[in-house]
Design a binder for this molecule. Structure first.
Ligand code: C5P
Length: 317
């Protein structure tokens, strides 16, 4: 466990996300693809706790713990170190131990790693009381860590443009009921899914248009009308995810037959997000999938929910 040197600790709760729309444009010179996406933060949470320690370190608990890297590549640790450089007079010599209690699926298209990075930023800012790091600066630091990190600082429902890091909130009332299917052993690497998307397009002789959010989805989101939102769900990476993991086609079909209003691969997959018409329908769908659907974890969630938030601050008097 933590080699903490004091009892100061800050815990942050952070959600995962689904993409209600993910339109992928051309690859840019920096290797990223121009995207237009509509993110929604959903009630599947990780808890990230930071406390001062003798050296930078990370530990992970929870059902998906064994799939998370605990070395220097861990994005939460990278985030903490990056923010540590903004600490006046301390430079890099302010190590923390980062403890991640993980419920968001790993390599699942729900931005679990980015969520942990966003949480680590919020937690360390609080722990170190970095009053000069305002939300705008935190957004800027987040965007350097990954395309989805900025959104997970904010949560809610938002349009992501650029490579996904330019976030604009979408106004809307109400909530959506999701059932998530998480398959074991199907983890997909985001760069591989983008590359497969390019390959499929090239093979078909397609050139993608400049991506822009669809007005149908934005109109449906104003009232969070589940049927209208379901009709407008779209993910350009779905064909690529299904091409790499053909079993996902059967998962989408099973949920649709069991009454989902809409179904799609979340982000780069392989998590499949089903939209239900109500809480009762979501319960029925999750029970049906668990009993008769393809083998996988079934998680019920609502969206939108807020982004990374401090939930506990323990301080020695
Ligand atoms: O930004 P992030 O580290 O989450 O992206 C992971 C990888 O996904 C990138 O290295 C890139 O290969 C791909 N990606 C992309 N275009 C985006 C976002 C991600 O090509 N807009």
């Amino acid at each position: 466990m933590s080699p903490g040197t004091s009892t100061d600790s800050v815990a942050v709760r952070v959600p995962g996300k689904v993409n209600l729309e993910l339109l992928v444009g051309a690859q840019r010179e920096d290797g990223y693809h121009e995207v237009s996406t509509v993110y929604q933060a959903v009630s599947v949470y990780d808890r990230v706790t930071v406390r001062p320690a003798e050296r930078w370190s990370v530990s992970v608990t929870g059902p998906y713990a064994d799939r998370v890297p605990t070395g220097d590549s861990n994005l939460a640790l990278v985030a903490a170190k990056t923010l540590g450089r903004r600490r006046p007079r301390h430079g890099r010599s302010s190590p923390v131990h980062v403890e991640i209690d993980k419920t968001i699926p790993v390599a699942g298209g729900m931005a679990g790693g980015s969520a942990n990075a966003a949480a680590a930023l919020v937690a360390c800012r609080e722990l170190w009381q970095l009053d000069h790091v305002d939300n705008e600066l935190l957004d800027q630091i987040a965007s350097g860590l990954g395309s989805d990190v900025t959104f997970l600082l904010h949560g809610g429902t938002a349009i992501g443009s650029g490579r996904g890091e330019q976030v604009t909130p979408v106004l809307g009332r109400g909530e959506l009921h999701w059932v998530l299917w998480v398959g074991e052993g199907l983890e997909l690497s985001t760069p591989e899914v983008y590359a497969e998307c390019d390959r499929l397009r090239e093979a078909a002789g397609e050139t993608p248009p400049a991506p822009e959010p669809s007005s149908e989805l934005l109109t449906a989101l104003r009232r969070m009308d589940a049927a209208d939102v379901a009709a407008a769900l779209h993910n350009d990476l779905q064909a690529a995810a299904v091409s790499l993991r053909p079993e996902l086609a059967g998962v989408i079909e099973a949920g649709t037959e069991l009454g989902a209003l809409g179904a799609m691969v979340s982000g780069s997959g392989p998590t499949v997000a089903f939209l239900a018409g109500s809480q009762t329908e979501a319960i029925d769908l999750s029970v049906g999938l668990a009993a008769n659907g393809p083998v996988g974890d079934i998680v019920r969630a609502i969206g939108p929910v807020p982004g990374a938030q401090v939930v506990q601050h323990l301080r020695t008097p």
